[in-house]
Design a protein around this ligand. Structure first.
Ligand SMILES: NC(=O)c1ccc[n+]([C@@H]2O[C@H](COP(=O)([O-])OP(=O)(O)OC[C@H]3O[C@@H](n4cnc5c(N)ncnc54)[C@H](O)[C@@H]3O)[C@@H](O)[C@H]2O)c1
Length: 452
């Protein structure tokens, strides 16, 4: 199937038509191999020409998109000049927020679910930023790049391996950025972990664990916002639909796509109970929610082996009562970091076999970006990390440097969605993770320690 055809299909149609859950692994492996045999990826990492004032079109200004918009209003060197949402209440809110910041009113696109195409085609923009439900990320990104704009998306970038390839192929063809906005890469503890890894504190990193363990039952059943779309995914897939919060930070520590890469994955899900119990406990017998059938196992666990032989565990659990965690465990030959609560063990420091609270080492190992931006990030979404993430995107675009996360990262991390589903369906059979870099992972430079 050609990419142009994929891009014009409705995402739901695309999923149904391809019935990717039923696809044999051989078909996917063949498609991936053909692509891997195709022309080599461009040398080096994309550094687009610098953009002094980044003009942004925002598609989807709901809860998360609204947070990004508020950040952009505070970041120097960017303007939100167009907004698009299927809900007029949200475009009105966005226009008012932009006016209140003293910026010119944006052009509004609110003529339905494909109006982002008109935005991409008609607006003079540098960046299209989407924070829509998952099924819309790829159509918006492809429309943006086709129209010559850089693209950024909320997570996960894509729900299928085919769509991951579509993003890679489009970004390479148009020489544009396609960035997945993984805010957890910028959280304080994760950045401290990364900084410690870069200082060699943990020796050689051999294993890492991450996850998205967040009781979303109430949110999934709301009559607004994520309640309108997120629960639906629990009725059509089983696997890990949301792997990137856990994987993003540990992928940086493991130099994924920059010295190592995800090689293959195995995945298993347990039973689906949490949403049934919630529906029974919160809705009357005749409510439609009581008749819903959920496919998503409440706990999904995947193991990934890297090309250099290291191991990653990534988990998803959003349907059960539990405290929040992204695990954030990074283990090396000299010590380890573990999140929730944040703690560190460094051989030869402190008491043998005993954790040290990470806060006690913050003065020594705080990431420089947090030292620079903490005050400005105060009050922004998710403890400030969303501001830092948005600030970095704008800085890279203005300076014309490679973005921290690029299209290969978006693809490698998002591919876990479909691969975990396939492995789960196939009694945890190993699924190859495509090498979206087509060999460039061996020579791509490692992610550096950035300060602004
Ligand atoms: N990184 C994070 O921490 C984080 C947190 C929450 C959500 N998210 C991600 O952000 C995205 C949005 O989630 P949310 O919580 O903001 O959901 P939301 O439902 O609050 O917002 C989505 C918005 O997109 C709009 N929309 C839907 N289809 C559209 C279309 N075709 N064109 C234009 N607008 C459309 C909706 O009207 C809504 O305003 C999702 O990808 C989600 O995974 C990320």
């Amino acid at each position: 199937m050609r990419i142009t055809q994929r891009a014009t299909m409705s995402p739901t149609d695309a999923l149904d038509r391809r019935e990717f859950m039923k696809l044999g692994t051989a078909a996917v492996a063949a498609a991936a191999t053909a692509r891997e045999r195709a022309a080599a990826a461009p040398a080096g990492l994309l550094a687009a020409p610098p953009i002094p004032l980044v003009r942004i079109g925002m598609v989807g200004v709901g809860l998360q998109g609204g947070g990004h918009l508020e950040n952009f209003l505070k970041i120097d060197g960017c303007r939100v000049t167009a907004v698009c949402d299927i809900r007029e209440a949200r475009t009105t809110w966005a226009s008012q927020a932009i006016a209140a910041a003293g910026h010119p009113a944006p052009t509004v696109y609110a003529r339905g679910p494909r109006d982002f195409e008109r935005l991409c085609e008609t607006e003079d923009l540098d960046l299209v930023f989407t924070a829509t439900p998952w099924e819309w990320h790829v159509p918006v990104m492809l429309a943006a790049m086709k129209a010559g704009k850089h693209a950024a998306t909320e997570v996960p970038a894509a729900m299928t391996v085919d769509d991951c390839w579509a993003l890679v192929e489009s970004a390479e063809k148009h020489q544009l950025h396609a960035v997945m906005m993984e805010n957890c890469n910028y959280d304080r503890a994760e950045m401290m972990t990364f900084y410690m890894v870069r200082q060699g504190v943990f020796g050689e990193v051999l294993h890492a664990e991450g996850g998205y363990l967040h009781d979303l039952r109430a949110i999934k059943f709301e009559k607004q916002d994520e309640g309108l779309w997120r629960r639906a995914w629990s009725m059509k897939i089983d696997g890990n639909p949301y792997p990137t919060h856990g994987l993003g930070p540990i992928a940086s520590c493991l130099d994924i796509n920059r010295g190592d890469r995800f090689d293959y994955l195995v995945s298993m899900s347990g039973p689906s109970r949490g949403l049934y119990d919630w529906a029974r406990e919160h809705f009357p017998a005749e409510a439609p929610e009581r008749r819903e059938r959920y496919t998503l196992g409440d706990v999904n666990t995947s193991l990934i082996k890297t090309a250099r032989g290291r191991t990653v565990m990534v988990q998803h659990c959003t349907n059960l009562p539990r405290p929040y965690s992204r695990i954030n465990l990074v283990q090396g030959t000299k010590g380890m970091f573990q999140g929730y609560p944040n703690r560190v063990y460094i051989e030869g420091r402190g008491t043998a076999h005993q954790w040290v609270e990470a806060a006690a080492l913050r003065e020594e190992f705080e990431h420089p970006l947090w030292r620079t931006l903490e005050a400005r990030a105060a009050g922004a979404g998710h403890g400030g990390m969303d501001y830092i993430e948005d600030h970095r995107l704008i800085t890279c675009l203005r300076e014309g440097t490679p973005t921290d996360m690029n299209v290969y990262d978006a693809a490698a991390l998002s591919a876990v969605v479909e691969l975990s589903m396939k492995s789960t369906r196939a009694r945890a059979r190993a699924m190859d993770v495509p090498d979206f870099t087509r060999g460039r992972w061996k020579t791509n430079p490692p992610l550096g320690i950035v300060t602004v």
